[in-house]
Ligand binder design. Sequence first.
Ligand SMILES: *Cc1c(COP(=O)(O)O)cnc(C)c1O
Length: 415
Amino acid sequence: MDDLFYASLKDVDRDVFDAVSSEEVRQEGINLIASESLTSKAVREACASVMTNKYAEGYPRKRYYGGCENVDVVEELAIERAKKIFGAEHVNVQPHSGTQANLAVYLAVLQPGDKILSMELSHGGHLSHGYKINESGKIYRGEFYTVNKESGMLDYNEVLARAKEVKPKIIVCGYSAYPRTVPFKEFGEIAEEVGAYLMADIAHIAGLIGANVHPSPVAYADFITTTTHKTLMGPRGAMIMCKEEYAKDIDRAVFPGTQGGPFMNVIAAKAVCFKENLTQKRRNMNAQIVKNAKSLANKLTTIGFNLVSGGTDNHLMLADLTNKNLTGKDAEAALQAAGITLNKNTVPYDKQSPFVTSGVRIGTPCVTVRGMNEGDMDKIATWISDVIENPSDENMRSKIKSEVAELCAKYPVYK
Ligand SMILES: *Cc1c(COP(=O)(O)O)cnc(C)c1O
């Protein structure tokens, strides 16, 4: 615990301080949640800075408030650095979340009732891609494509056929639980053929794209949205990239369209995280995330797990536990008791409900940031298997829990 960092919090609010302390301890465990990462101390310091005090509606040099000269500096830095990482023409770093970034894109180019074509939620899509319990599915009409039933992967001809049938105004690609390379070029061709906009939502894979370990959508997509807290390893938040011709519409859709004042402390932290993503050290780490995922996937397959699509190209994999006679929900709980955190997840064509599920999603960002390597992935795969094969063996779980703690102690999160 960094006592200096929390000195006042400890003094003023013991309850919140205690919860934060417990969370620091919890985060020292093995975290395989594919959508999470661990920020640097520098990112956290920017988040905790006095920039949280500032109102700055508008954009750099065009604000509706006085006193914006310092927040302008960090927003311009964030924009310039993001452009450098991705080679985008225009960047808006103000969206508070990935969901809000997506809503802003829809607001910029769609009319109520227009069709959004995206991946089926249970196949790896996201709520904000036109799903009916999200605003995007209430204002607009969500239509969906799926992965191929045999391969578990996207099939160009199937998606093209669906696009021709639906005639959407916008096609969305980029997912929350797809273990393979997203074929942005092919999506560009499909969008062009049916006269639709293309939006690439790279929330999960932005860091990998920045490190050149996943192809970039910049040449093919009209709009690119991403969170900054997944593989980019920055603060919770998001951004939108687009071609210059859409710049004004996108900026207006973010503010005043869907948000008021930007979180300037978070934008400062985004600038810091983008600087980190431009270093060779971070690029190497992103490459290691993929190596670790491949290694974990190989080991799991060798010891009898069925992975959706047979493996992974990125930072995550989906294990289908149907052959293990254990639901995703029960596997998640058993692994948690052994000190391993991950999440249950539907697999394509799942027969279980989204609350129960037949699978688990396993991601390598958090274990990689703290320095774990391929050899450690072998150990983690074996522990996962031992727990899942013996879901009611409490002795085994507590033995594994102490082995997990031993490995974690070798790789502290904040050194
Ligand atoms: C995580 C994610 C989002 C949403 O991010 P929030 O910041 O939680 O709103 C959007 N799209 C995809 C594909 C995601 O995986």
